[in-house]
Design a protein around this ligand. Structure first.
Ligand code: MG
Length: 265
């Protein structure tokens, strides 16, 4: 029988938004692994940032970075699958637009590590990892609203979009966390049967992923509105405790003995 796949956002879903607490999740991930259930990190962070979390959480599944734009396969460190537009192409296009129109904006690619630290509040090593980008460029717009609309139009012609994040606007291709989830789910398919998918998230960039999953788990957001999804499971506790609560609800520990019995027979 095909084992389910768990796709999870990180910030505010598996990690506490304020304290970054995550320890209670580790034994659950261990137990799921023993049951053959993979936990796939699906975040807006870069691959370099996620590599740290992959180690801390001891997950062995592929990881999805930059809002579904790139997948890293754990079993082949050199194999990356890009669903998004390569970073160098995004940079050269927006630099061209800036020069041709005399627009004022800056992005991660314009900044030194120290400047990224200033703009994000990240520590030095984390700022280095945040600069190692594959498919999305966070920018600060410093020009008029009117020019912003013209910028958005010009990007559209190159199949690029602007996605609003907490601090920045992200210039990226038309990809989403849901696209990468679908791609991986099909990779794990067996004889035309797709594995069951459970997705957990708390923010607007998780919406499509949660709608596309067989089971959606909505986490209470640290700030702003709770996502509204038909038929979703709403975790009561904040991250990471709500994550544990929801995963134990759908894939309880009790199913382990019967599974092992099944293997022995
Ligand atoms: Mg989040």
């Amino acid at each position: 029988m095909l084992k389910p796949l768990i796709f999870t956002d990180l910030d505010g879903t598996l990690l506490n938004h304020h304290t970054y607490e995550y320890e209670v999740v580790k034994p659950v991930i261990e137990r799921l692994k023993a049951q053959g259930i993979q936990v796939i990190l699906n975040s807006s962070k870069t691959l370099s940032e996620l590599a740290i979390w992959q180690q801390r959480l001891a997950v062995t599944a592929p990881i999805i970075a930059e809002n579904g734009g790139v997948i890293q396969f754990k079993w082949d460190e050199n194999r990356r699958y890009l669903l998004g537009t390569p970073y160098a192409d995004i940079r050269s296009f927006i630099k061209h637009l800036r020069k041709a129109n005399d627009w004022k904006f800056e992005g991660f690619g314009d900044w030194t590590v120290a400047e990224v630290m200033n703009h994000t509040g990240l520590k030095s090593a984390d700022a280095v990892r945040a600069k190692e980008r594959e498919v999305t460029e966070p920018i600060l717009w410093q020009d008029s609203e009117e020019n912003f609309k013209a910028f958005e139009k010009a990007l559209e012609k190159e199949d690029l979009i602007l996605k609003k994040g907490g601090r920045f606007h992200h210039v990226m291709g038309q990809h989403d966390k849901a696209d990468a989830m679908r791609y991986l789910t099909e990779l794990y398919a067996h004889e035309d049967q797709l594995p069951q998918t459970l997705a957990l998230g708390d923010g607007g960039n998780d919406l499509a992923m949660l709608q596309a999953a067989d089971i959606a788990v909505v986490m209470p957001p640290a700030k702003g509105q709770t996502l509204q999804i038909d038929g979703a499971y709403y975790a009561q506790a904040e991250a990471p405790w709500g994550w544990v609560e929801a995963v134990n609800h759908f894939y309880p520990e009790e199913s382990l003995p019967s599974l092992l019995t099944g293997l022995n027979n």
